[in-house]
Write a protein that binds this ligand. Structure first.
Ligand SMILES: [Zn+2]
Length: 114
């Protein structure tokens, strides 16, 4: 039978416990970011960390994103607008509602409903 007074794992004069995990590098992956000036920044983040949406470009300070084709904050002289965006510029929401009601009424009329 074992002696109940023994404290397992503790030895007088033993070397301090080692912590090899302290020196083991955390698994990393590389992520590239592009700012709208075309600067590429490679960063290494922990493998299990989520990719940040934005990263400040160290060269020009602009926000950089992980998509080279679509860097954040890009400014164009003539921004692309959808057809709906142009319509919304010309029409207020109230006018839109009126036009919609009118169109629905005409549609219902055509279908024979009041
Ligand atoms: Zn930059």
């Amino acid at each position: 039978m074992s002696n109940g007074n023994v404290i397992r794992g503790a030895r007088v004069g033993s070397a301090p416990p080692r912590h090899p995990e302290r020196h083991r590098p955390v698994p990393c992956r590389s992520v590239s970011f592009w700012c709208r000036n075309g600067h590429r920044t490679d960063i290494r983040i922990a493998a299990d960390a989520a990719t940040p949406e934005l990263w400040d470009c160290p060269r020009c300070g602009l926000p950089a994103g992980p998509d080279a084709q679509d860097p954040p904050g890009r400014v164009r002289a003539e921004p692309y607008k959808t057809h709906l965006a142009y319509v919304k510029e010309r029409r207020t929401d109230a006018e839109g509602e009126a036009i919609l009601a009118e169109a629905l009424a005409a549609l219902r009329h055509r279908r024979g409903r009041p």
